[in-house]
Design a protein around this ligand. Structure first.
Ligand code: ADP
Length: 740
């Protein structure tokens, strides 16, 4: 650790010196093509530091757009980058092939080699991609990557800066022709009818990351792998599990059943109650007595999660803080996860005390949300990365390292938490994906930046609080410049972290840069520590140098890199593959009784002890119990989570003497043996996609502008039929975990 302290000092010194001019404001999309593409130049970036700038305050206050500061911390010339790091990011093709004269046409196909997300690939035979071996042609410039930013909402500022640094081309009011990339502010459905290119949202992500759904998904994993999923606090879903919650608390079983082991778990527990669709701390409160639960609002039962409260968080300067980590899901199938080496830490504004009946309502002490704490008189907006109420993750880690904390271990635990969390929600996401973009239907590929909120406990164990499907990418914050007059002012720390994350996400999604988009080989061996810690100074300078060269990527691949340590956890995905296989109708997300029977028959699961009549009873019983959990109660049938419960039940009947995990594995093996190889975790969609591709080349760049949306009644009719078209009704609530 001795060397490391030196690094830390150097790093802190460098941090202080950050902050130079960065060039002018926004890119205005003009029709001229840049001479060369940025991704062809030595590359990318990193991210570091940062601060808040989330949440909007009340709309009735006068807001004026603040001027962007001419001081931009991203403008510092590159120093000290190892030559190999720069070289690594040269474009994959030879220089001559990198540049091509753009015609504005989008020519893009889906590759069979990667799907769930199909990776967009330019086939040199039918695109303008120049051929390396053609010595007789003059080198041609590549057209810039085009980005539709018309739906970017509060990400717009950071996105513009990123596009400018990349010298790509922005279309801020949309474009008739297709773009290579669409940047949505809220959900996959922000912009309907995109049939090519890449969209920065997965279908279903908003729904899956709502507090209840996330808790359910993690709970399923906790049942299968209790030791591996002990990073998520024990949670109960309200109102349906109120009785169970009260009984467990009243009988004081909680110390025995806690998921997250704190040092003195025998103390009287505290719980945190979070409304299902809430964000930014809205509606959150702490309780010690189940009788204090507010179960009903108006005449309606309130959907919420009640969770064990982590009462011994790690403190810095006596303040509770949490970590915001940015995670890129680059592809769902095959699964590719990247973690930003730099993140944010958000501090409370009142010194922490362990919860007592007296202090339960002190939100500035217990909740770390920026949107809440900014309203306390103690909030400190700071230009520095390591002071104030929002700081960079690295500055906090360095500080901990200076106190002797093994931050590599902490970082490695955080990476594991992220990978496991993604694995937990992946099965449901796959069901959404196949419903919205069935293999034979033209559609875009998807990627998404998620915001992981993580609390470090006093014993340094990371705990997952929640995952935001739309983490705020604001790079300004509001400031009261005169009484009642607010204006947006740049937030350097936010800018430095978030622009790095967006820009490097774009670079990874660059449809022309095959080297960056290629999936690296998983690591050999099963015991590699999950290193990658942002501690060696390589993440300091994160902006282009004076020549426009970009620094190394601030996003680090963690999956499939660490496949071997985590692949055994992907059991529920195999169940989801079976589920999807028997869904039958394209666009469907629920299994009907006939399909369930077909599943039982095909996998030969019925016998004299378990007749088809029992199968029907099981179906009815489980489906009825899950009906309250349907995102849209108009859709009848068995959803994936209910199917998983049925599967556990079937596995228990069949393999009585085994543990649940063994039962599930045995039943999966049995089912798959009756079905053939198609139902593996990664390969089902691969096969489907190959089929789709063979059937004909994908339509080129079809963007259908402004279609008439089908009426809600038509959508209702469609969803009530067995055989329905691909369009599904829009999910009713898209606000969950949206920080915009
Ligand atoms: P929201 O989406 O409304 O921000 P969160 O789940 O992130 O909801 O919770 C808000 C804040 O409450 C967190 O930032 C954290 O400070 C605190 N918090 C949430 N869950 C817990 C928990 N289980 N233990 C301790 N503190 C928590």
């Amino acid at each position: 650790m001795g060397d490391h302290y030196g690094d830390v000092r150097v790093q802190l010194g460098r941090m202080k010196s950050l902050g130079e001019d960065a060039g002018k404001e926004d890119v205005d999309p003009d029709e001229e093509m840049p001479l060369s593409s940025p991704s062809a130049s030595p590359d990318p970036t990193g991210c570091i530091t940062a601060v808040p700038g989330t949440d909007a305050l009340s709309a009735d206050i006068c807001k004026q757009k603040g001027k962007r500061s001419s001081k931009n911390p991203c403008g510092k010339p590159l120093q000290g980058f190892p030559a190999h790091a720069v070289k690594n990011f040269n474009s994959p093709l030879c220089d001559q092939t990198l540049h091509i004269k753009g015609t504005g046409k989008i020519l893009q196909g889906k590759s069979a080699e990667s799907n769930g997300n199909y990776v967009g690939v330019h086939e040199s035979s039918n695109t303008q991609e120049p051929r390396c071996e053609d010595d007789f042609k003059l080198p041609r410039k590549r057209r810039p990557v085009t980005v539709d930013t018309s739906k970017a909402k509060t990400s717009l500022e950071a996105l513009k800066l990123s596009i400018k640094e990349l010298q790509w081309k922005e279309f801020h009011t949309g474009r008739r022709a297709a773009c290579d990339i669409y940047w949505h502010g809220v959900s996959f459905h922000d912009n309907e009818n995109i049939v090519s290119g890449q969209v920065n949202k997965f279908p279903g992500m908003v729904e899956m990351l709502r507090k209840i759904n996330l808790s359910r998904a993690v709970r399923t994993m906790q049942e299968l792998f209790p030791e591996e999923y002990d990073f998520y606090p024990r949670s109960w879903i309200l109102p349906e599990e109120y009785q169970q919650f009260s009984t467990e608390v009243l009988l004081q079983h909680l110390p025995k059943i806690r998921m997250v082991k704190e040092s003195d778990a025998t103390e009287s527990p505290t719980f945190i109650v979070k409304p299902d669709g809430g964000s930014q701390g809205d509606g959150i409160y702490l309780i010690r007595d189940p009788g204090d639960l507010k179960l009903v609002v108006g005449a309606q039962a309130k959907q919420a999660v009640v969770q064990e409260y982590i009462h011994k968080p790690l403190l810095i300067d006596k303040l509770k803080f949490d970590i915001r980590l940015y995670v890129l899901i680059k592809s769902m199938q095959p699964l590719e996860i990247y973690i930003a080496k730099e993140g944010l830490t958000r501090f409370c504004t009142e010194p922490y005390q362990e919860p007592s009946q007296k202090n339960l309502s002190r939100v500035f002490m217990h909740l770390t949300n920026y949107s809440l704490n900014v309203q306390s008189g103690n909030y400190v907006h700071s230009d520095s990365q390591n002071t104030g109420s929002k700081r960079t993750l690295s500055s906090v880690l360095y500080r901990l390292a200076a106190k002797g904390v093994d931050i590599k271990r902490v970082w490695s635990d955080i990476i594991a938490l992220v990978i496991k969390s993604v694995i937990a929600v992946l099965p449901d996401l796959k069901v959404h994906y196949q419903a919205d973009i069935p293999p034979a239907k033209p559609g875009p590929t998807c990627f998404q930046i998620l915001g992981f909120d993580i609390l470090l406990m006093k014993n340094l164990k990371p705990v997952l609080l929640e995952v935001n499907s739309n983490p705020s990418m604001r790079i300004e914050h509001e400031q009261e410049v005169a009484p009642g007059v607010f204006e947006y002012v740049p937030s350097p720390v936010d800018e430095q972290v978030k622009v790095g994350v967006i820009r490097d996400t774009l670079r990874l999604m660059d449809p022309f840069n095959k080297k960056l988009t290629a999936t690296p080989q998983p690591r050999g061996g099963g015991s590699d520590p999950l290193e990658v810690i942002p501690a060696d100074g390589d993440s300091l300078d994160r902006s282009p140098d004076n020549a426009g060269n970009l620094p190394p990527l601030c996003l680090k691949q963690v999956y499939p890199k660490y496949t071997k340590q985590f692949s055994h956890l992907r059991l529920v995905e195999r169940i989801a593959a079976l589920f999807i296989r028997f869904l039958g109708v394209k666009g469907n997300m629920r299994l009907g009784p006939t399909a369930f029977r077909t599943f039982i028959r095909t996998c030969k699961l019925s016998n004299s002890n378990f007749t088809m009549a029992s199968v029907d009873i099981l179906y009815i019983d489980i489906t009825r119990r899950w009906s309250f959990a349907l995102a849209d109660s108009r859709e009848a049938g068995m959803g994936l989570q209910a199917f998983v419960e049925a599967f556990f039940n079937l596995a228990g009947r069949r393999f009585k003497s085994l543990t649940l995990r063994e039962q599930v594995v045995s039943l999966l093996d049995l089912c798959e043996s009756h079905l053939g190889p198609q139902s593996g975790v990664e390969d089902r969609r691969s096969l489907s996609c190959s089929r789709a591709l063979q059937r004909g080349s994908r339509p080129q760049a079809l963007y259908i502008p402004h279609p008439r949306p089908s009426s809600p009644a038509a959508q209702r009719r469609a969803t009530s039929q067995d055989c329905r078209p691909h369009q599904r009704p829009k999910p009713r609530t898209l606000r969950a975990n949206v920080e915009n």
